[in-house]
Design a binder for this molecule. Structure first.
Ligand code: CA
Length: 366
């Protein structure tokens, strides 16, 4: 009798536990009515980044995010940010968060294309979305649902983590006038941009940040891309290459703030919402900072002996064709890539029509 009573008691506890956790899962999105507020629940979050310590804009942005969450949560959340190599190597953050060795990270999705080619698209792609189009795709167009669906298989929940805005096409030692000028050109250009340029004859080379300038200076590289005026100027590229080309390959690269799923789902609804809101704020802040710092750095670059150029139209047309070939090849190998690519293309078709009539028409008359 005693045993039976304790069995019933235990069963009820287990039952209650199941009901509670089901309730939590249902509320993993910001709830509309009942909010599970628990101000006493204290949580510590170990967040690692792919950036060196004190890295301008991106590193600063995630530090600001952590400070603000720690403050608005009244101490219920304590996020500690660790630069690359402190807890894990720069590109080890995905696996570390996936297995729960760290709780969260700040990085970019395309670094993990080795896991899934579709991950490229959550950062962006050549001739793809601008920062505002990317925000619209993720917030309203169904892009975030796709991102979460694919990261869920790795026990991860992604959020927007800031946008670099339009990136420059890179620094070239020689002027590029025709596709022939690209033949055999050794260029540091990662990701889909590198794969597209490879189809046009470029030899893409992957180099860590610390080796790019010296390779360019010693003619081991003919060209390099990095980001935009704000961060490029700090790398000293203007001393080694005098032709600075406008962008095409990273039109609005989205950074990512990613949580271990189990850790995130343990948070109260209030804590989840604070993180979601602070991620939106980080995203907006970083975009504004890139706009501000790029403009300031461009003024300095224009005062130097660097010439700013755009690739001639036939080169860009050839690159667009090459991008479609790259997408076709990847789609035939990866159903996930195909699904996300087609989704993003359909979104972009409608949105670029509006961007052309809206912002583009305006910029042409300003
Ligand atoms: Ca870049």
């Amino acid at each position: 009798m005693e045993n039976r009573r304790s069995f019933i008691k235990k069963s009820m506890l287990v039952g209650a536990g199941v009901a509670l956790s089901t309730g939590c899962d249902k509320n993993s999105k910001p709830p509309s009515k009942s909010v599970n507020i628990n101000r006493n629940k204290k949580v510590r979050i170990k967040l690692a980044t792919s950036w060196p310590s004190n890295f301008p804009i991106m590193g600063e942005g995630v530090e600001r995010f952590a400070e603000r969450v720690n403050t608005i949560s009244g101490g219920s959340i304590k996020i500690k940010v660790h630069a690359k190599n402190v807890l894990v190597p720069a590109f080890g953050v995905f696996d570390a968060a996936s297995v729960g060795a760290i709780d969260a990270y700040h990085s970019a999705s395309y670094y993990y294309k080795g896991k899934n080619e579709a991950f490229n698209m959550f950062t962006g792609f050549p001739f793809g979305m601008t920062a505002s189009e990317m925000n619209a795709w993720l917030d309203f167009g169904g892009g975030m649902e796709l991102w979460r669906e694919l990261y869920d298989k790795h026990n991860l929940i992604p959020f927007k983590g800031g946008n670099t805005n339009i990136q420059m096409g890179g620094w070239f030692k020689k002027e590029i006038n025709t596709v022939e000028d690209l033949q055999g050109l050794k260029m540091r250009i990662p990701g889909l941009g590198g794969e597209v340029f490879a189809k046009l004859g470029v030899k893409p080379i992957q180099l860590p940040a610390g080796e790019i300038f010296i390779s360019l200076e010693r003619n081991m590289l003919d060209a390099t891309e990095w980001l935009g005026p704000s961060l490029d100027i700090k790398m000293g590229f203007a001393k080694a290459a005098k032709n600075y080309y406008t962008g095409w390959h990273e039109p609005g690269s989205m950074l990512s703030l990613v949580f271990n799923k189990k850790k995130f789902n343990k948070l109260s609804d209030e804590q989840k919402m604070m993180i979601e809101m602070a991620s939106q704020e980080m995203n907006a802040y970083m975009s504004s900072q890139f706009q501000y710092e790029n403009a300031k750095a461009l003024t300095k670059i224009k005062e130097s002996d660097v010439t700013i150029r755009s690739f001639p139209k036939p080169i860009m047309e050839a690159a667009k064709t090459a991008m479609l070939e790259v997408a076709h090849e990847k789609s035939s190998k990866s159903p996930d890539f195909k699904k996300v690519w087609e989704h993003a293309q359909a979104f972009l078709k409608e949105n670029s029509a509006w961007s052309d009539i809206g912002i583009n028409a305006y910029l042409n008359v300003r």
